[in-house]
Design a binder for this molecule. Structure first.
Ligand code: GSH
Length: 213
């Protein structure tokens, strides 16, 4: 497999965690979204939505959208499952994933922040206020849901699931942007637990070949 990704991209990081948890190797291709490599002609051929990650499967198929990639990996490589078999439990895991992937990530994506700044000409303070507002809203909901249904050291139990694959990169991004997450104690305790896992560490931004300090 080949993975087109960027070290600090949270959607890429989700997929890297899942690949690591499943023990799957892949060829890394760095796409520097800070300098617009996601919008080059060659990348648009892979992903017309101008984003990362992109997975090229072992049989040469091109897949975009991190949640679709995670689903593909789960079904194609069922060892070390990241979704529970029980239907309700599976839905709970996916609920957490989509709180992050569908609600939180899109409004704070690089292109959105860029549009606010360049086209709508908001100030840096307004852009930060926007970012922090959606982080606060999103994490409040996440904290509440995890307190209600989560259990164990990971989001659900003592084994990592796709919920943890989505949670860790979102927390890492929020901390990188200087958000105060101290009131989200459940979210933070899961994050800290995952960070101790060497498999999660393997997928971390600072372990990637394209990492820039
Ligand atoms: N929904 C897509 C989002 C992909 C996406 O937009 N990724 C970000 C990085 S986390 C990106 O490439 N952003 C580039 C940009 O906004 O220009 C997914 O989950 O794969």
């Amino acid at each position: 497999m080949q993975l087109y990704n960027f070290f600090n991209s949270s959607t890429s990081y989700r997929v890297r965690i899942a690949l690591a948890l499943k023990g799957l190797s892949y060829e890394h291709h760095g796409v520097n979204i800070r300098i617009g490599e996601q919008a080059t002609e060659s990348h648009i051929k892979l992903n017309p939505a101008k984003g990362v990650p992109v997975l090229i499967t072992d049989d040469g198929q091109t897949l975009t959208q991190s949640m679709a990639i995670l689903d593909y990996l789960e079904l194609t490589y069922p060892d070390s499952p990241l979704l529970p078999k029980d239907t309700l439990e599976r839905a709970r895991v996916l609920e957490i994933c989509h709180m992050i992937a569908s609600d939180m990530h899109p409004v704070n994506n690089l292109r959105i922040l860029g549009y606010l700044k360049q086209q709508l000409e908001v100030t840096d303070e307004q852009k930060t206020a926007w970012y922090q507002h959606w982080i606060q809203e999103g994490f409040e909901a996440l904290e509440s849901r995890l307190n209600e249904y989560g259990y164990g050291d990971y989001c659900f139990g003592d084994q990592a699931t796709l919920a943890d694959c989505c949670l860790v990169p979102q927390v890492a991004n929020a901390l990188r942007f200087g958000c105060d997450l101290s009131s989200f104690t459940k979210v933070l305790s899961i994050y800290e637990h995952c960070k101790k896992n060497t498999v999660f560490q393997q997928a971390a931004p600072n372990q990637q070949p394209d990492f820039i300090a």
